[in-house]
Design a protein around this ligand. Structure first.
Ligand code: ADP
Ligand code: MG
Length: 250
């Protein structure tokens, strides 16, 4: 497996083109995510944000250009190698992707299924050390006390923090988050993003997170990139940007 030295970005997209049914969705997109950074991917609905995120772990393949994720090119990976790569890349979705009738703890434990083949007959069927790690991750997102609660009884913000804990159990080097706070109220949005930011910094995890609220992108990210109509129209450190300027791309 390709080794990554400290200076190499965890993700490099070079001149990516992607179309669906003859309609161009990404056009000449080049982008790097430096190791350990939190990059916000902004841009209006339909700009190509979700498509870009799906290219990173090989859920889509580009029509042209190359993707290098943690030193691997998903388009050139065998199925086994792609599975190994995906185990190193966490994914957080707008709709959480939890099993509502299962407890927070059971959902977090599912994060281990990316790397381990395990039975799934309730919490007690998982090894004790893994259960301890699941509680630890729930504690880090502030939900250790809710671990036996069914996920469909938790608030949206709590559910998304369970999803973050599940991703953390996987031990990812890179987390992709696709509009993780789009269905949350403002206070829950800030809490989820602060949690993701704090823990990724503690663990040295890089994050590429699509966000359509410019204020949240500026307050959370180290770097902000923006897509419009499938083209990259902005790529700057957050500290050099203002909300007014970022809003002009919408
Ligand atoms: P965003 O996440 O920024 O809203 P998307 O990447 O979801 O944008 O979509 C960009 C464009 O690509 C949209 O016009 C969408 O309809 C189209 N698109 C996305 N995925 C597919 C697909 N699997 N098949 C056809 N069109 C798609
Ligand atoms: Mg999207």
């Amino acid at each position: 497996m390709a080794e990554i030295t400290n200076g190499d970005p965890v993700l490099r997209l070079s001149d990516i083109g992607k179309s669906f049914d003859g309609v161009t969705v990404l056009d000449g997109v080049s982008l790097e995510v430096p190791r350990g950074s939190f990059v916000a991917l902004t841009g209006p609905s339909g700009a190509g944000k979700s498509t870009l995120l799906r290219l990173v772990n090989g859920m889509h393949l580009p029509d042209r250009g190359t993707v290098s994720t943690l030193g691997e090119n998903p388009a050139a990976c065998s199925r086994a190698r792609l599975r190994a790569l995906r185990a190193r890349v966490g994914f957080v979705f707008q709709q959480f992707g939890l099993v509502g009738r299962l407890s927070a703890m059971e959902n977090v434990l599912m994060g281990a299924l990316a790397t381990l083949r395990l039975p799934r007959y309730g919490v007690m069927s998982y090894p004790r050390a893994l259960r301890a790690r699941a509680v630890e991750q729930l504690d880090r997102v502030g939900l250790a006390d809710q671990r036996f609660q069914r996920c469909d009884t938790l608030s949206g913000g709590q559910q998304q923090r369970v999803a973050v804990a599940r991703t953390l159990l996987q031990g990812p080097e890179l987390i992709l988050a696709d509009e993780p706070v789009a269905s949350l109220d403002p206070a829950a949005s800030v809490l989820v993003l602060d949690t993701l930011k704090r823990i990724s910094a503690e663990d040295g995890i890089s994050v590429l997170c699509s966000l359509h609220q410019v204020e949240l992108a500026l307050s959370t990210a180290d770097r902000v990139v923006a897509l419009r109509g499938g083209r990259l129209v902005l790529d700057e450190p957050a500290r050099d940007l203002t909300a007014a300027r970022l809003r002009t791309i919408y």
